[in-house]
Design a protein around this ligand. Structure first.
Ligand SMILES: C[S@@+](CC[C@H](N)C(=O)[O-])C[C@H]1O[C@@H](n2cnc3c(N)ncnc32)[C@H](O)[C@@H]1O
Length: 209
């Protein structure tokens, strides 16, 4: 067998550059950006500490713990609920136990409750929550009718005057249109350029009083 000649062509270099840049941006999101994004999302609401909060697809508790800390710092009577189906499709070693451990570490375990239920199947009473948050969850519902069911359910459990802050990297146009169709006032916020990868958009939907 003769020697193998390795000739780096421009095409190969560009592909390597983009793959490396994507890897670095994702690492930045995981290690730093997600906390910045969480703070940015939570800053879209003026907290009193009395809020009943729902985190849809809470995963390991990023937003759930953040919301509970707002309630704790304001010495309020609020409570934060997290729902999830603990899928490991885009979150490895995902489990209720891991989330409970994180809530303990963050010192907010007493202010939080977890329930294992899908967004489209949650059975909380109508108009239960002042604030609903969700990050990188709803795109995991692959068929449109089921996603719409989840969005309708989400609006059902939101109190009049309440706000839903729904962040995702795709389908946010669809969420915004569905919320508008249900009579909510909707705007969109872009996630930070360096702090979110894939780039995230936050749909801000307010339910009229
Ligand atoms: C990428 S993780 C994001 C977790 C967390 N929100 C965060 O930002 O770190 C997506 C989460 O959504 C959950 N999930 C997927 N489909 C769901 C559904 N239909 N209802 C509730 N949770 C769901 C997954 O189990 C997973 O924990």
């Amino acid at each position: 067998m003769g020697p193998v000649l390795f000739v780096p062509r421009p095409m190969f270099l560009w592909t390597s550059f983009f793959l490396l840049a994507e890897g670095l941006l994702y690492l930045l999101y995981v290690k730093w950006g997600k906390f910045r994004h969480r703070d940015r999302m939570l800053a879209l609401h003026s907290w009193t500490g009395a809020e009943q909060v729902l985190d849809v697809g809470c995963g390991r508790g990023l937003l759930l713990a953040g919301a509970a800390k707002k309630i704790r710092d304001l010495k309020g009577s609020g409570h934060a609920f997290g729902i999830d189906i603990w899928s490991s499709v885009d979150m490895g070693a995902n489990s209720e136990a891991a989330t409970l451990r994180n809530l303990e570490i963050e010192g907010v375990r007493q202010l939080c409750s977890l329930e294992s239920v899908a967004a489209q199947e949650m059975s909380f009473a109508d108009e239960s929550f002042d604030v609903i948050v969700s990050n990188l969850c709803l795109h995991n519902i692959y068929d449109r009718p089921t996603r719409e069911l989840a969005l309708r359910n989400l609006v059902r459990v939101l109190k009049p005057g309440g706000v839903a802050l729904i962040s995702d990297y795709k389908k946010t146009g669809e969420y915004a249109k569905a919320f508008e169709g249900m009579g909510l006032a909707v705007s969109k916020e872009r996630g930070g350029f360096f702090s979110t990868f894939p780039p995230l958009t936050i749909v801000v939907a307010r339910k009229p009083l």
